[in-house]
Design a binder for this molecule. Structure first.
Ligand code: SF4
Length: 407
């Protein structure tokens, strides 16, 4: 038996008894359900994903239903799950599948990878689980297992290290049971070969694990070289009109919190008066500076200082004919999809405000100082934006073995 087959057969035997079975997307295991779960599980723990997955499936049972949905509804159902680019990509990908592939996910690695938000490993995992296709995967958990088993030095984010890991992953692929094998190696990383204190005594591939044999499991994989995260400051504008409604706007589709509704944000040094006049056609009187709070993104930390303002002048045309701006009556209107730190601030200030859905624990690498990050997938790990997501768990996922990056 070749080394790869031996690795796979031991892993599959272990999976049959100890793998995770009965997850909601495993039955029925349709391509749509597998794809949806794989995107949701990027950066996020299984336990966190399950209620979101069930809500999505109930509301959007297939690609066509999701493709026909309003992006606002998709974002509202996603609120609290973090990494909102995933929701926008999900919606865009469903439209592509509906229009280009007649509503069926293509069974082709290249075509699957062409979908928004689907990288090589995600595409491979989806096709292996949905269609039993023979493709290697390399998510964060699998990188950790393979880096240890083969004692591959270096940070997996480096191309040459990743290339070695891909080779090992391909070499270990079995000829059959690809769906189970794919789930099995992710489960191994999530449940036994965790970032801290791997359970080597129960591991099915311990006999030839180079890191274990050298008693160096903590050395693999190497951490990402540390880099200081700069602090940026901005002002969060809480503008109330005479009726007590609050001014919100939809953010541009790209950049942090892309496509979500938010209180207006003035960057450091940006004139609040000018911003509100130019962008909204209104004048305000600043009333009170509220306590600042922080939110961590991958590449920087953002300190938001709320500034309470009273509307003093809004011509009849202000905000009219601008669908991306509106007044939100906190005690009456359901909140739209808002970035987690803005939602948290608003619900603290207006305790009777109605979130769009039951709040779920927010995954974390980008966490606010007010609410600590929690997530990692049982394959897996967690900020809130497309361009600004995650952080250190990319290298050393959390205790449950975080999945380190979409793709
Ligand atoms: S023996 Fe330990 S370090 Fe090696 S793959 Fe198994 S759990 Fe991971």
């Amino acid at each position: 038996m070749a080394a790869g087959e031996d690795f796979a057969s031991r892993l599959l035997t272990w999976f049959d008894s100890h793998g995770r079975h009965g997850l909601p997307w495993q039955s029925p295991r349709t391509a749509y359900r597998v794809w949806l779960s794989e995107v949701m599980l990027q950066q996020t723990q299984v336990a966190t994903v399950i209620p979101y997955f069930e809500r999505f499936i109930a509301r959007f049972p297939d690609f066509k239903a999701l493709a026909a949905a309003d992006i606002d509804e998709v974002l509202a159902l996603w609120a609290g799950l973090g990494y909102y680019a995933r929701a926008r990509n999900l919606h865009a990908a469903a439209k592509q599948v509906a229009s280009l592939h007649c509503g069926d996910l293509p069974d082709d690695l290249e075509a699957a990878q062409a979908l928004p938000g689907v990288g090589r490993s995600t595409a491979a995992a989806i096709l292996a689980q949905a269609y039993g296709s023979r493709h290697a995967i390399l998510d964060g958990n699998v990188k950790r297992v393979l880096a240890r088993h083969a004692a591959i030095p270096g940070w997996p984010g480096e191309p040459k290290v990743a290339a070695r890991l891909w080779l090992v992953s391909e070499r270990f692929l079995p000829q059959t049971r690809l769906a189970d094998y794919t789930q099995a190696i992710m489960d191994l990383g999530a449940t036994l070969c965790t970032a801290r204190a791997p359970a080597c005594t129960r591991c099915p591939v311990a006999a030839d694990c180079a890191a274990r044999l050298a008693d160096r499991t903590e050395d693999f994989p190497s951490s990402k070289p540390a880099k200081a995260r700069p602090l940026r400051r901005a002002t969060l504008l809480l503008v109330e009109n005479e009726q007590g409604a609050v001014l919100i706007e939809r953010r541009p589709p790209t950049g942090i919190w892309g496509g979500l509704w938010s209180l207006p944000v003035a960057g450091e040094g940006e004139s609040v008066d000018w911003l509100l006049r130019e962008r909204f056609g209104i004048s305000v009187e600043p009333l009170e500076t509220l306590p600042a709070f922080r939110h961590a993104f991958t590449h920087f930390e953002l300190e938001l200082t709320p500034l309470l303002c009273a509307l003093i002048d809004a011509p009849p045309t202000a905000l009219h004919e601008r669908p991306e701006q509106r007044w939100l009556t906190m005690h009456r209107d359901a909140l739209p999809g808002l970035p987690a730190p803005v939602l948290s601030f608003l619900t603290r200030r207006y305790p009777t405000a109605r979130p769009p859905i039951e709040p779920c624990p927010e995954p974390s690498t980008a966490s606010s100082s007010a609410s600590k990050p929690k997530a990692s997938r049982v394959r897996q790990s967690p900020a809130t934006s497309a361009s600004a997501s995650t952080s250190k768990s990319r290298n050393k996922p959390g205790p449950n073995g975080s999945r380190t990056r979409p793709g």
